[in-house]
Design a protein around this ligand. Structure first.
Ligand code: ZN
Length: 209
Protein backbone atom coordinates (compact mmCIF):
# COMPACT_ATOMS: atom_id res chain seq x y z
CA UNK A 1 0.00 0.00 0.00
CA UNK A 2 2.89 2.39 0.75
CA UNK A 3 4.52 1.45 -2.55
CA UNK A 4 1.29 2.22 -4.38
CA UNK A 5 1.23 5.59 -2.61
CA UNK A 6 4.66 6.32 -4.07
CA UNK A 7 3.72 5.11 -7.55
CA UNK A 8 0.47 7.09 -7.56
CA UNK A 9 2.36 10.23 -6.51
CA UNK A 10 5.12 9.77 -9.12
CA UNK A 11 2.49 9.27 -11.83
CA UNK A 12 0.67 12.39 -10.59
CA UNK A 13 -2.53 10.49 -9.86
CA UNK A 14 -2.56 12.21 -6.46
CA UNK A 15 -0.91 15.38 -5.19
CA UNK A 16 0.20 15.81 -1.58
CA UNK A 17 -2.33 14.30 0.83
CA UNK A 18 -4.93 13.61 -1.87
CA UNK A 19 -6.39 10.16 -2.40
CA UNK A 20 -6.90 7.10 -0.26
CA UNK A 21 -6.61 3.35 -0.70
CA UNK A 22 -8.00 0.34 1.12
CA UNK A 23 -7.73 -3.43 0.88
CA UNK A 24 -9.62 -6.24 2.56
CA UNK A 25 -7.43 -8.35 4.87
CA UNK A 26 -10.22 -10.79 5.69
CA UNK A 27 -13.99 -10.86 6.13
CA UNK A 28 -14.08 -8.13 8.77
CA UNK A 29 -10.73 -6.28 8.62
CA UNK A 30 -9.80 -3.63 6.06
CA UNK A 31 -6.36 -2.02 5.75
CA UNK A 32 -6.49 1.67 4.80
CA UNK A 33 -4.41 4.80 4.38
CA UNK A 34 -4.44 7.41 7.16
CA UNK A 35 -5.99 10.85 6.90
CA UNK A 36 -3.91 13.86 5.84
CA UNK A 37 -0.67 12.07 5.04
CA UNK A 38 1.16 12.62 1.75
CA UNK A 39 0.79 9.37 -0.19
CA UNK A 40 4.33 9.60 -1.59
CA UNK A 41 6.02 9.09 1.80
CA UNK A 42 3.65 6.72 3.60
CA UNK A 43 5.18 4.31 6.12
CA UNK A 44 3.68 0.93 7.04
CA UNK A 45 3.31 1.98 10.70
CA UNK A 46 1.00 4.82 9.61
CA UNK A 47 -1.56 2.53 7.99
CA UNK A 48 -4.62 1.53 9.99
CA UNK A 49 -6.95 -1.42 10.12
CA UNK A 50 -10.68 -0.83 10.45
CA UNK A 51 -13.72 -3.04 10.80
CA UNK A 52 -16.66 -3.01 8.40
CA UNK A 53 -18.30 -0.20 10.37
CA UNK A 54 -15.20 1.98 9.98
CA UNK A 55 -13.95 1.70 13.59
CA UNK A 56 -10.15 1.54 13.98
CA UNK A 57 -9.09 -1.83 15.37
CA UNK A 58 -5.32 -1.62 14.72
CA UNK A 59 -2.91 1.27 14.26
CA UNK A 60 -2.50 4.74 15.73
CA UNK A 61 -3.76 6.77 12.76
CA UNK A 62 -7.27 7.82 11.85
CA UNK A 63 -8.55 6.71 8.43
CA UNK A 64 -9.54 9.26 5.80
CA UNK A 65 -13.11 10.57 6.01
CA UNK A 66 -13.45 9.21 2.47
CA UNK A 67 -13.27 5.69 3.92
CA UNK A 68 -17.10 5.81 3.96
CA UNK A 69 -16.96 5.71 0.18
CA UNK A 70 -14.78 2.57 0.34
CA UNK A 71 -17.04 0.85 2.88
CA UNK A 72 -20.13 1.51 0.75
CA UNK A 73 -18.40 -0.14 -2.23
CA UNK A 74 -17.38 -3.21 -0.17
CA UNK A 75 -20.91 -3.54 1.19
CA UNK A 76 -22.37 -3.35 -2.31
CA UNK A 77 -20.30 -6.16 -3.80
CA UNK A 78 -18.65 -9.06 -1.96
CA UNK A 79 -16.26 -9.71 -4.87
CA UNK A 80 -14.42 -6.45 -4.27
CA UNK A 81 -11.15 -6.74 -2.34
CA UNK A 82 -9.64 -3.25 -2.76
CA UNK A 83 -10.63 0.33 -3.55
CA UNK A 84 -8.42 3.14 -4.89
CA UNK A 85 -9.53 6.78 -4.83
CA UNK A 86 -7.38 9.37 -6.59
CA UNK A 87 -7.55 12.72 -8.38
CA UNK A 88 -5.85 11.94 -11.74
CA UNK A 89 -5.73 15.12 -13.87
CA UNK A 90 -7.19 13.82 -17.16
CA UNK A 91 -9.87 11.66 -15.54
CA UNK A 92 -10.70 14.52 -13.18
CA UNK A 93 -10.97 16.90 -16.16
CA UNK A 94 -13.71 14.64 -17.55
CA UNK A 95 -15.30 14.59 -14.07
CA UNK A 96 -15.24 18.40 -13.97
CA UNK A 97 -17.09 18.76 -17.25
CA UNK A 98 -19.42 15.91 -16.24
CA UNK A 99 -18.65 13.77 -19.28
CA UNK A 100 -17.66 10.10 -19.53
CA UNK A 101 -14.74 9.38 -21.85
CA UNK A 102 -15.96 7.94 -25.17
CA UNK A 103 -16.49 4.18 -25.39
CA UNK A 104 -15.87 2.03 -28.45
CA UNK A 105 -12.68 3.84 -29.48
CA UNK A 106 -9.90 2.10 -27.54
CA UNK A 107 -9.64 -1.68 -27.14
CA UNK A 108 -8.17 -1.83 -23.65
CA UNK A 109 -10.68 0.64 -22.26
CA UNK A 110 -13.60 -1.44 -23.49
CA UNK A 111 -12.00 -4.61 -22.12
CA UNK A 112 -11.37 -3.26 -18.63
CA UNK A 113 -14.29 -0.85 -18.18
CA UNK A 114 -17.80 -1.92 -19.21
CA UNK A 115 -18.84 1.68 -18.48
CA UNK A 116 -17.21 4.71 -16.86
CA UNK A 117 -20.16 6.58 -15.39
CA UNK A 118 -19.93 10.09 -13.96
CA UNK A 119 -21.48 9.87 -10.50
CA UNK A 120 -23.72 12.77 -9.42
CA UNK A 121 -22.05 15.41 -7.30
CA UNK A 122 -21.97 14.71 -3.55
CA UNK A 123 -19.76 16.19 -0.84
CA UNK A 124 -16.57 14.29 -0.06
CA UNK A 125 -16.66 12.13 3.08
CA UNK A 126 -20.47 11.78 3.15
CA UNK A 127 -22.58 8.63 3.09
CA UNK A 128 -24.42 10.15 0.13
CA UNK A 129 -21.25 9.96 -1.98
CA UNK A 130 -20.75 6.32 -0.94
CA UNK A 131 -24.35 5.47 -1.88
CA UNK A 132 -24.02 7.23 -5.24
CA UNK A 133 -20.90 5.21 -6.14
CA UNK A 134 -22.07 1.89 -4.66
CA UNK A 135 -24.89 1.77 -7.23
CA UNK A 136 -22.24 1.00 -9.85
CA UNK A 137 -20.10 -1.43 -7.81
CA UNK A 138 -21.36 -4.60 -9.47
CA UNK A 139 -21.62 -3.27 -13.02
CA UNK A 140 -18.19 -1.74 -13.65
CA UNK A 141 -14.70 -1.24 -12.17
CA UNK A 142 -14.34 2.53 -12.06
CA UNK A 143 -16.35 5.73 -11.93
CA UNK A 144 -15.67 9.44 -12.16
CA UNK A 145 -16.87 11.60 -9.27
CA UNK A 146 -18.40 14.87 -10.47
CA UNK A 147 -16.17 17.87 -9.64
CA UNK A 148 -13.85 15.61 -7.66
CA UNK A 149 -11.84 12.67 -9.06
CA UNK A 150 -11.95 8.95 -9.74
CA UNK A 151 -12.49 5.64 -7.92
CA UNK A 152 -11.58 2.15 -9.09
CA UNK A 153 -11.96 -1.22 -7.44
CA UNK A 154 -10.92 -4.80 -7.99
CA UNK A 155 -10.20 -8.14 -6.34
CA UNK A 156 -6.90 -6.89 -4.84
CA UNK A 157 -4.95 -3.66 -4.42
CA UNK A 158 -2.63 -4.14 -7.41
CA UNK A 159 -5.58 -4.67 -9.76
CA UNK A 160 -7.60 -1.78 -8.33
CA UNK A 161 -4.56 0.50 -8.66
CA UNK A 162 -3.74 -0.72 -12.18
CA UNK A 163 -7.29 0.16 -13.19
CA UNK A 164 -6.75 3.73 -12.02
CA UNK A 165 -3.50 3.99 -14.01
CA UNK A 166 -5.29 2.62 -17.08
CA UNK A 167 -8.31 4.88 -16.59
CA UNK A 168 -6.03 7.91 -16.51
CA UNK A 169 -4.07 6.73 -19.57
CA UNK A 170 -7.35 6.20 -21.42
CA UNK A 171 -8.68 9.65 -20.50
CA UNK A 172 -5.40 11.22 -21.59
CA UNK A 173 -5.35 9.35 -24.92
CA UNK A 174 -8.94 10.29 -25.79
CA UNK A 175 -8.26 13.91 -24.88
CA UNK A 176 -5.21 13.94 -27.17
CA UNK A 177 -7.07 12.11 -29.96
CA UNK A 178 -9.80 14.74 -29.97
CA UNK A 179 -7.16 17.44 -30.43
CA UNK A 180 -5.76 15.64 -33.49
CA UNK A 181 -9.07 14.68 -35.11
CA UNK A 182 -12.30 12.71 -34.72
CA UNK A 183 -11.95 9.43 -32.81
CA UNK A 184 -12.76 6.43 -35.00
CA UNK A 185 -14.96 3.67 -33.60
CA UNK A 186 -13.86 0.04 -33.31
CA UNK A 187 -15.41 -1.82 -36.32
CA UNK A 188 -18.84 -3.18 -35.25
CA UNK A 189 -18.16 -6.63 -36.74
CA UNK A 190 -15.18 -6.97 -34.35
CA UNK A 191 -17.21 -6.06 -31.28
CA UNK A 192 -18.33 -9.58 -30.27
CA UNK A 193 -14.70 -10.77 -30.19
CA UNK A 194 -13.66 -7.84 -28.03
CA UNK A 195 -16.69 -8.06 -25.72
CA UNK A 196 -16.02 -11.78 -25.11
CA UNK A 197 -12.39 -11.01 -24.25
CA UNK A 198 -13.47 -8.30 -21.81
CA UNK A 199 -15.98 -10.58 -20.11
CA UNK A 200 -13.35 -13.29 -19.72
CA UNK A 201 -10.78 -10.96 -18.17
CA UNK A 202 -13.25 -9.26 -15.85
CA UNK A 203 -14.63 -12.62 -14.70
CA UNK A 204 -11.09 -13.62 -13.63
CA UNK A 205 -11.07 -10.63 -11.25
CA UNK A 206 -13.69 -12.07 -8.92
CA UNK A 207 -12.09 -12.17 -5.50
CA UNK A 208 -11.34 -15.60 -4.09
CA UNK A 209 -13.28 -15.76 -0.86
ZN1 ZN B 1 -11.05 12.82 -3.07
Amino acid sequence: MCDIGRRATLRELVAGTEGNFSARLDSDRILCTPTFRPKGVLRPDELCVIDEAGAVIEGLSRPSSEIRLHLAIYRACADIGAVVHTHPPYATAYAIVGESPPTGVLQEADIFFPTIPVVDYETTGTDALGAAVARFAAETNAVLLSNHGAVSWGPDLETAYALTEMLEAFCRATHLARQIGSPQSIPPEKRPELDALGQRIRASWKRNR
